[in-house]
Structures are given as structure tokens and as C-alpha cells.
Design a binder for this molecule. Sequence first.
Ligand code: MN
Ligand code: MN
Length: 473
Amino acid sequence: MAEKKEKKTKGQELKDKLFYKQQHATLVMSAAEQKKADSYCEDYKKFLDTAKTEREAANETVRLAQAAGFEPFDKSKKYSAGDKVYRLNRKKAVILAVIGKQPIENGVNLTAAHIDSPRLDLKQNPLYESGELGYFKTHYYGGIKKYQWPTVPLSLHGVIVKSDCTEVTVSIGEGENDPIFIVTDLLPHLADEQYKRPASKLITGEELNILIGSRPFKEDDCSEAVKLNLMNILFEKYGIVEKDFLSAELECVPAFKAKDIGFDRSMIGAYGQDDRVCAYTAFSALLDMKEIPEKTAVCVLTDKEETGSDGNTGLRSSYLKYFLADLGEALGKVSGRDVMSMSRCLSADVNAGFDPTFPDVLEKKNCSYLNKGIVVTKFTGARGKSGTSDANAEYVGYVHSLFDKNKIVWQTGELGKVDLGGGGTVAAYIANLNIDTIDVGVPVLSMHAPYEVTAKNDVYMAYKAFSAFYKAE
Ligand code: MN
Ligand code: MN
């Protein structure tokens, strides 16, 4: 049956021409592109299951990069267009680069995402026994709603460096037959007093204790028999004594696997999508690039964003600056400051997607929505844009035109209503290097929760956006 076309009124025509209308990625994507997006997200889910911590994400990125022909960067070597290099910083942050055709004094096209996520870190002296049960004490990492973490299956990841400096890698709780760990909560029957606490203290930091065992050592009668039995198991499995925890970095993260969400399988549920969704899309776009880019394309995956970017693996340190300076030196005796001054950056981090269950915190005309594509965020910050780098209109215009030209579905997004909170990203630290920088990223629901939600078509649009950006002149 032929569709009856109604003639548009002059007003409607003018509206079509003049008004801004967001696009829905699903409605503009062809069936072939939808298939591509869905299959791309299968690999993304595999990455999420392999890379539960910053160390694992750095390790997996290097593994995939090596398979794609990337080699460790050596600043004394001669490089030419098309060469692929990487630098691993203390096993927790990675920089990848593909050398471009243009001279390095023209600057680089840089993407930056973070691979650390909110979690429960073990304290340095974590092991104890109480009420004949064994526990680990924790200090949470990043901004979490503490009440969300009890009764969630947890896995344990990290490294223990022993007194002889040998290292033990730990990953337990991800395998089908692995045990998992858990923070317990009070039963509702006895929670009357707990309910009177403000939500931020419903579970306190010192109550986030991880249950790790309950059987005592039984060969003879001694005190702390449960702790002894646990320490004995750890000694047999890892060769560690209790003192070795003092020099360990052990992280508890949700043991869930990444899954499709919804009858239509349009979304992904997983731990750590902030910001591994941008990390994966940014580095896989670089690895997948077939042609030699015009400008040198660089991707940095950083650590410590969730705690403010300080430390030598965070982006407030100089490791990115040093890499760009070494690149300038190796490729053409160009100073780092000249490379940086001519560079541009997409700072890739997630944004808060509109959640209809909690509509009041976002301003509908300026927030991001699931399935409406990659989010471009001109400024972040809080209370009068404090702490933001606020991209120049000229640079926003450049990104606007680049995305439109490459048929990338994109939207603008602001993290919450004015004066209702806010947040920051690494954008400011990169912009402070005199690099044109803007925030882009994928909208997320339940950000910083043990299980976060993204839409597959937004993930795919981010990948497409980074691909186009690396290729830009
Ligand atoms: Mn975050
Ligand atoms: Mn983030």
C-alpha cells in the first residue's frame, strides 16, 4: 500500500530546515551497519570480561596491539609513516601511536581514555578474623554509592610483591568454578536502625568488609584458627605470608560477566564500562586502521582518573608529555612543546545518559540519551564551570563538522543540571598542555555502579568517531 504523502506546511518545512533535531542511531543505521555494530560489541564484551582492572586492561591492550604489529617505542630508532609503536607505563597505562605521513611539527591526533574503574581495594594489612569468619578490610577506590556493593559477587585481582621482590599475579573469581567473595548486608527484619542512617552512610566505608572464609585450622586448638587456615591456603597457593600484603595491590571488582540487556539485545550490562567503553573504542579504532594516517595518531589509556589523575600513571603526571616530546625528537628533532601546541585531542570519557526513572537531575535539552550517538561535551566542571577546560568554539566546530561529514550520530551532553553536582575528566590536564581538547564519550546508565549500562549503537558510533578522527588531516 502506497503511503499517502501529506504536503508539509510552510512552517513545517521551515522547522525541518532550521530546528535542531537529535538523530536516533538505530533509525539512521542500515541493516548492514547494525549487524556490524552488534558484532563489534561482541568483541567489546570479551574485552570487558578479560580486562577487569587497569593492569589487566593495559596488559590486554598491549597483547592486542602486538598482534596488530605494534612494537615498543624506542626513541633512538628511526621511524617512518605507517610504523606502529606503544609505550607501557608501569603496567597500568599505555600509549599507542601510528606514525603519520605529515611531519610531526603538524601535531598529532590524540585520544585519551581511562582504564581504572571504581572498586574496593584491599587495605595494606587486610586479613582478619571476627566471629569465627575470615575477612579482608577494604578502602574503596573512586566515587561509589557504598550501599550498592554488599551482596554483589566479587572477584579479586592484582599483584602481591614479596619481600624478595618477586611478584605474584592474582585473579580469582572469574572462572566458572572459581570461588567468589562478598560483602554482607543486614537482613531487613533487623534493619530498622540502619534505615535511619542517611543513604550515604547506609553502609559505611569500614563496613565494606569482604567475607573470605569460615573453616578453622583444626590440627590443634589455637586462637584465630580461621585466619590461620586462610593464610595457610594463601601460602600454599601463592607462597605468600601475611606481611606480603603490605606490598600488594589487590582489587575487588564485581564478578559479573558482560551481557546483553533487553529483549532486543540493544544494550550492554557490565562492570567498568566507565571508562573501558571509551578505552576499547579508542584503541580498537587505532588497531583497525588500514591506511596510513595523515597526522600521527596517538591513543593514551590512563590510570588514576577516578581518584583525580594524580600519580605517575595518571594524566596529571608528565608521562604523556614526555612521550610526545620523545616522539617529536625521534621523528624530526621537533620540541615537545611544538608537537603539543599543534595537536588536537578527543578526551574520551562516559557521560550520564538520561534515565527516565530519575529525570530531575538532568536538563533535558542539554543532556545525553542512550542511542543518540557519541556525546560531545564542551565543558564539564561544577558551580560555574569550575575545573573545566571548556573547549573553544572553533574546536567544537571542527569536531561538529568532522562527525557530520563522516555520518557519525552525535549529541551534546552536560553532566547534570546547573549546580546539582558535576564532575571532571582528564580533558583539563591535556588542554593544559596547550592541546585543543574536548570531551566525547558514550552515555551510560547507573554510572559507577557494579553493573553499568550502555547502548550498543552508541558504542559503535564512538568507534566510528575515533576512526574518523585518527584519519583527519
Ligand atoms: Mn568515573
Ligand atoms: Mn570516567
